[in-house]
Design a protein around this ligand. Structure first.
Ligand code: ZN
Length: 182
């Protein structure tokens, strides 16, 4: 596939010898050459916002059958519902018309191997304590429940009837739904 940033179509091209960013910019030229403006506005067609971990093995559009323009995707380490996630969800719902929220964590998340000691180590190293929590966790199901709870109890979000949480299995590609009550 000539459009992949992993495999430059021509190994002798500038991209092959350049930085990874050079490769991505090169891939964009191919993308833009084939791109047709669908003429959409900024409101997601399916009126849904997906909050997910930034994990490289999770291809949200492929895994959920999403197409260009369908949804907002809000991603960070862990797919955690932080203040900044709430900021994005609030704008998504109030300014851009989304109604549903899907939360996706996954098996083998890097946050399972961290603890809040990460912050203390940072403080020791650089002399400043970060303002943010690491949001490390041991039980991914419980972390999804906590994330659903943070969305459902947030006063800024007007639409909280359709909030569902899942764990994506990076080995099978399957989503497993988490019962918020168990
Ligand atoms: Zn993760």
């Amino acid at each position: 596939m000539t459009t992949s940033a992993h495999l430059p179509a021509d190994p002798s091209s500038r991209a092959a010898g350049g930085s990874v960013t050079d490769r991505l910019v090169e891939a964009n030229l191919d993308y833009a050459a084939r791109f047709t403006d669908p003429g959409m506005d900024a409101r997601p067609v399916l009126q849904v916002a997906v909050v997910a971990c930034m994990d490289a093995r999770l291809d949200l559009h492929a895994a959920l059958g999403l197409e260009l323009g369908d949804c907002h995707t809000i991603r960070n380490a862990g797919g955690v519902v932080t203040d900044d996630t709430i900021r994005s969800l609030t704008i998504s719902q109030r300014a851009l018309g989304t109604r549903s929220v899907i939360l996706i964590h996954h098996t083998g998340c890097g946050l399972e191997s961290l603890t809040e000691d990460f912050r203390h180590e940072l403080e020791d190293e650089v002399g400043q304590r970060p303002a943010w929590a690491v949001e490390a966790f041991r039980d991914v199901d419980q972390d999804v429940r906590q994330s659903m709870q943070r969305v459902r109890t947030n006063p800024f979000l007007p639409h909280k009837d359709d909030v569902r949480g899942f764990v994506f299995d990076v080995h099978t590609g399957l989503l497993r739904e988490i019962d918020p009550a168990s």
